[in-house]
Design a protein around this ligand. Structure first.
Ligand SMILES: Cc1cc2nc3c(=O)[nH]c(=O)nc-3n(C[C@H](O)[C@H](O)[C@H](O)COP(=O)(O)OP(=O)(O)OC[C@H]3O[C@@H](n4cnc5c(N)ncnc54)[C@H](O)[C@@H]3O)c2cc1C
Length: 321
């Protein structure tokens, strides 16, 4: 690999590194993505959860794994969650901080077999209920929106009241979904949305997405529903802080959420101001796809780590500097 020229404009260099990720050794990609992933093992994840809890933050644990095609893979993901939940139940920290997981339905069998995904999520929710914990159902791309809402509602109707859902502010349908969820007293995480969606169903411009985001938060706040403001965007963070003050929301009605490794200074500011903060903590053997997504969003991290690695190699060369 040719080391990046030190005279190259850093941003161009960083973007070039990100474009070349598919050709880079996995160990280097793993190093670059280290800030965003708790690690490959459950022990790594528990250490991260304990560390954040000790610093006053909540966490939601995510077992990495997407795009599966076999029942056994869905069952393996379920079992990984059950093992994680057993460990979360043993942590000596306030329950609401650490007893929280996020699940992606496609990793648990959505798209393979409706019964399979239902039973897998039910098993996770049941295990979480035993330790008085909470399960957040992540929202994936639009072919799965209806099925995700349906499964969430079916499980809630069957008595699983420790389930929450996610809504995406870029989807034009979401306002109607949120009005209904608010009437049902749902616990809702609000995000912009991370997938590339057709223009017919999703806003593309940031002003519309942000306006929609704050509208959704207002609907939930006014209905007295618990809302998780999941964003790293200063404009939205400010908007949500203003909303909390205006509606006089208690701390058990809202929280801010951020991804592990992203905007830690903003996270610390919110915590310092007394707002509840929860960090999304992904871990697991299938770290690669998640890592590439995070690095694409922030090429600077890729650039820093690649430079540090190359500097290390140079120092180890005979006569290196
Ligand atoms: C806790 C949590 C859960 C989520 N769950 C879902 C889900 O279930 N479904 C879904 O579709 N989407 C989910 N998302 C992703 C979300 O939809 C957005 O794609 C993502 O949060 C980026 O949007 P943003 O609001 O943070 O604003 P952006 O405008 O993307 O980011 C604002 C600023 O944050 C900083 N930043 C952003 N990303 C990085 C990074 N990787 N490294 C360093 N700095 C960065 C940059 O300074 C950027 O300018 C989730 C996000 C969070 C935080």
């Amino acid at each position: 690999m040719t080391p990046p020229s030190t005279t190259t404009e850093p941003r161009l260099r960083d973007r070039a590194i990100v474009r070349s990720i598919p050709m880079l050794p996995r160990r280097l990609v793993q190093r670059m993505s280290a800030p965003y992933i708790a690690g490959a093992s459950l022990d790594d994840a528990i250490t991260t959860v304990e560390g954040l809890a000790a610093r006053g933050m909540g966490t939601t644990l995510d077992v990495l794994g997407e795009a599966i095609s076999r029942r056994e893979e869905a069952e393996a993901t379920r079992d990984a969650y059950l093992a994680a939940i057993a460990r979360l139940g043993e942590i000596d920290a306030p329950r609401e901080r650490v007893r929280n997981v996020s699940v992606k339905l496609t990793a648990l069998g959505l798209g393979i077999d409706d019964r399979l995904v239902h039973d897998n999520v039910d098993a996770i929710a049941a295990a979480m209920a035993e330790i008085d914990g909470f399960v957040r159902v992540d929202m994936e791309d639009s072919p799965y929106t209806d099925a995700t809402l349906e499964l969430y509602r079916a499980l809630r109707a069957a008595g699983r009241d420790n389930l929450g859902i996610v809504v995406q502010s870029y989807l034009k349908r979401t306002r109607a979904d949120v009005e209904q969820l608010a009437a049902e007293g749902a616990r809702v995480r609000v995000v912009k949305g991370i997938y590339v969606e057709p223009e017919a169903i999703a806003w593309r411009d940031m002003d519309s997405i942000n306006r929609s985001y704050l509208d959704l938060c207002r609907i939930l706040g006014e209905a007295g529903c618990h809302a998780a403001y999941a964003t790293h965007d200063d404009r939205l963070i400010d908007g949500c802080r203003t909303l909390v003050a205006e509606l006089g929301l208690d701390k058990d009605r809202y929280e801010f959420q951020m991804l592990l490794g992203v905007r830690e200074e903003a996270r610390a500011d919110l915590l310092g101001q007394g707002h509840p903060v929860r960090v999304y903590v992904p871990f697991g053997a299938q770290w690669y796809e998640y890592s590439v997504r995070r690095l694409r969003e922030n090429p600077r991290v890729a650039g820093h780590v690649a430079k540090a690695t190359i500097d290390g190699w140079r120092r180890r060369l005979p006569g290196g500097r």
